[in-house]
Ligand binder design. Sequence first.
Ligand SMILES: NC(=O)c1ccc[n+]([C@@H]2O[C@H](COP(=O)([O-])OP(=O)(O)OC[C@H]3O[C@@H](n4cnc5c(N)ncnc54)[C@H](O)[C@@H]3O)[C@@H](O)[C@H]2O)c1
Length: 253
Amino acid sequence: MPLTLQLANKTALVTGGATGIGRATALALAAAGARVAVNHLPADAAKADAVVTSIRATGTLGLAIAGSVADARDVASIVRATEVALGPIDILVNNAGVIQEKPFLETSEGDWDFVVGVDLKGVFLCCRAVLPGMVERGRGCVINVASELGYLGRAQYAPYCAAKAGVIGLTRSLAREFAPAIRVNAIAPGPIDTPMLSLEHMSAAMIEKEKDIPARRVGTPDEIAGTAVFLASDLASFYYGQVLSPNGGALMA
Ligand SMILES: NC(=O)c1ccc[n+]([C@@H]2O[C@H](COP(=O)([O-])OP(=O)(O)OC[C@H]3O[C@@H](n4cnc5c(N)ncnc54)[C@H](O)[C@@H]3O)[C@@H](O)[C@H]2O)c1
């Protein structure tokens, strides 16, 4: 039988799904037929509801669930709410993330804990909450959103780069530990036009510098969502512990 991108009858949980890459991924998974839970921070409730309205318009089920991936109790209730409403989780997309631009010598322990707490510990907590069910059912797929900066590093972004490098190591470790029943892979995007790439989080000079890559532009969230749908689908059935890099040529490896 030919392998397809179809995700009908699958349940997906996308963390940080109200905006940017998470939003686009949630919509793309729904368009491929999946039921999708959209996790979000409480402040993003209206945006998450709008994503869920669009998911339902495709004819599948969607649900918005507030909570922080950096908090183990929140993660347990996010997973429980997803499974009660939409069924056991087949696809976990660890997308939630935060970024901070700060000279290393001004980086406090609190800054470190904030960024690493969401970007790396959050992935650990969500995997730890979802993997037991996947093991029990003998199937599942985890997609971790890392970053090209996990490979490259960048001045003034040490906690972010360290966390994203950690996500790549975590991905490969889990891929080895849970294969063959469960596939764990990562995406390491280059610069993408989302709220993260805005003056709220980055200097104007840094945003301008992001376009200085072979593609001569930053990418769109949809250009990352397609990679996530591929990794979630049967087309990627031989992918284990891989880091796919839709990055406009920013890093060629
Ligand atoms: N935009 C880029 O250039 C780029 C490049 C490489 C990797 N990434 C990664 O892509 C992912 C998505 O980022 P984005 O670019 O779409 O930006 P974004 O800011 O739109 O998305 C991040 C989402 O995570 C949510 N979030 C933050 N803390 C959370 C928490 N504790 N619990 C749950 N949700 C939380 C935010 O509210 C937001 O909705 C992140 O992991 C980011 O590091 C982005």
